[in-house]
Design a protein around this ligand. Structure first.
Ligand code: CA
Length: 255
């Protein structure tokens, strides 16, 4: 099925942090959407997420402009993460005070044929709302997620755990990236949400599902999600990108 889409997104520093280390990119024309959540002292987190976002956007934009499609997009995603990693390594070598900086990177490339290809490292997330039900599409690379899967921690306890921020995989100079790749189908009516942990650590999936299911315009939903995270404490930067899938416009035959 051929699809089209509309999008909206926003990022907020939250109520406790001094700077915003999150980054987002939306390129609706080419169907590239991403969020990155940086970490590191002396504002290095901002640098890390910005380097990752701009590198990935550039590589994927070039690939799509060159006609890359289908499984070729997976290869472009892996290349994008590899190049982002190398750009971070280079920056850290040139600026030793930023050593140790890192970032999550979660990228979604949407194809008009009705698929989304996702590349992912870290604990930012992609969700899909379909028929009113929210489903998390990405796997958190966190210590608490490993504990949940091993049956040693409940989901509720994981959210409140003091070590919930410890990542098992992140884009940094320490290790070459291993990227999770997912391909999902999309149909009109689906709503994709890309979010950093500043959203889902503040409000639970049921609340997110209820908001996304309200049928409000995407710009309004963006504000509502960010406001809800801040109302619940806003202890972290919060970033959301929403992509609403619509039917492709019917092409009229030339008269
Ligand atoms: Ca965060």
């Amino acid at each position: 099925m051929t699809i089209a889409w509309e999008s909206a997104g926003g990022s907020d520093v939250g109520r406790l942090r001094k700077g915003n280390e999150d980054t987002l990119r939306m390129d609706p024309e080419r169907g590239i959407f991403l969020v990155a959540d940086g970490m590191g002292g002396h504002a290095a987190g901002e640098v890390a997420s910005e380097i990752a976002a701009s590198t990935a956007e550039g590589i994927l934009g070039d690939a799509l402009a060159a006609g890359v499609a289908g499984e070729g997009i997976d290869r472009a995603l892996v290349l994008a993460f590899q190049q982002a990693y190398e750009a971070i390594v280079q920056y850290c070598r040139a600026n030793p005070h930023t050593r140790g900086m890192g970032t999550t990177l979660t990228v979604c490339v949407i194809d008009p044929s009705g698929t989304a290809r996702i590349g992912h490292i870290g604990d930012s997330r992609v969700y899909r709302l379909r028929d009113g039900t929210l489903h998390q599409l990405t796997h958190d690379h966190t210590w608490v997620q490993c504990e949940v899967e091993a049956g040693r921690l409940s989901l509720e306890a994981a959210r409140a755990h003091p070590l919930s921020h410890i990542l098992t995989r992140v884009l940094s100079e320490d290790v070459e990236p291993t990227v999770d790749l997912h391909t999902i189908d999309l149909r009109p009516g689906d709503l994709l949400l890309l979010a950093t942990d500043g959203l889902y650590n503040m409000i639970d999936d049921d609340a997110i599902e209820a908001m996304l299911g309200s049928g409000q315009p995407l710009t309004q939903l963006t504000h509502q999600l960010i406001d809800a995270a801040n109302a619940a404490g806003g202890s972290d930067n919060v970033t959301v990108v929403l992509v609403g899938i619509t039917p492709a416009p019917v092409k009229r035959a030339a008269e």
